[in-house]
Design a binder for this molecule. Structure first.
Ligand code: F6R
Ligand code: ZN
Length: 224
């Protein structure tokens, strides 16, 4: 693995990064509408839109630092329940302290009156934070903790958002064009999608008279 400094560029408008100094460590994740079954409040509108085609809701480009990230995902899966053991293995790992980072591009659109959005997740290692820097577009970040606190912050170009440890996060595109942001988070964080898939977020962002509004999620389930 490289241990000298290296650079990449993000073209704007657009948000697709180049690879690091020509080194191929960039991965692309594409999330279509079909990956979001059960996540939108208006299920009829969801099925109707899906029937028209499996449109792409968002794309993520991530600099993987490959040897580090792949091993960390396994380690995180194997050991997150047992904190001491996890720390022991992570401490012994050469990649401890690495940061994963890249760009997300959330396309504009709505399912019913709910805007296109990311799946959203807790980090598997709950005590890991994340930084977002908005490059393009308009949106909201919807966040909540296992303790049932919630927060929604506006996203606009030039704005930095710090997501503290323990806060699940979902980005929502409330604008007319793509919402593009840079993200950076600890390489061992991992992603827990299951909790959100099961209980949803406490708050939804919906269009009312053409403007974004934060409303309660009628289908939100409190954690046991
Ligand atoms: C990484 C992170 C972002 C998201 C991305 C897509 O921890 O928060 O890079 O992964 O914006 O969202 P999800 O992962 O929720 O599909
Ligand atoms: Zn995250």
């Amino acid at each position: 693995m490289r241990s000298t400094p290296f650079t990449f560029d993000i073209s704007l408008p657009g948000g697709v990064p180049t690879v690091y100094d020509g080194t191929d460590v960039l991965i692309r994740i594409v999330r279509p509408l079909s990956a979001m079954r059960g996540q939108y409040a208006d299920q009829e509108a969801y099925e109707a839109l899906l029937a028209q085609g499996d449109t792409i809701l968002y794309e993520v480009y991530e600099m993987r630092r490959p040897q580090v990230a792949d091993e960390y995902i396994e380690i995180a899966d194997g050991y997150i329940e047992i904190a001491d053991e996890y720390i022991e293995v992570a401490d012994a790992h050469v990649g401890l302290g690495e940061l994963l980072h890249g760009t997300s591009i959330v396309h504009p659109g709505k399912v019913g009156d709910e805007y296109f959005m990311t799946k959203g997740h807790f980090h598997s290692v709950l005590d890991t934070a994340e930084v977002y820097y908005v490059l393009q577009g308009r949106g909201m970040m919807v966040m909540e903790t296992p303790e049932e606190e919630w927060a929604v912050k506006e996203l606009r170009p030039g704005r930095v958002l710090y997501v503290p440890p323990r806060w699940a996060h979902r980005s929502v595109n409330t604008g007319q064009g793509d919402l593009v942001f840079l993200f950076v988070y600890p390489a061992h964080a991992g992603h827990d999608y299951g909790t959100i898939e099961t209980r949803g977020f406490r708050k939804l962002v919906v269009a009312r008279d053409g403007q974004p509004h934060i409303v309660d999620n009628p289908r939100w389930c409190a954690q046991e």
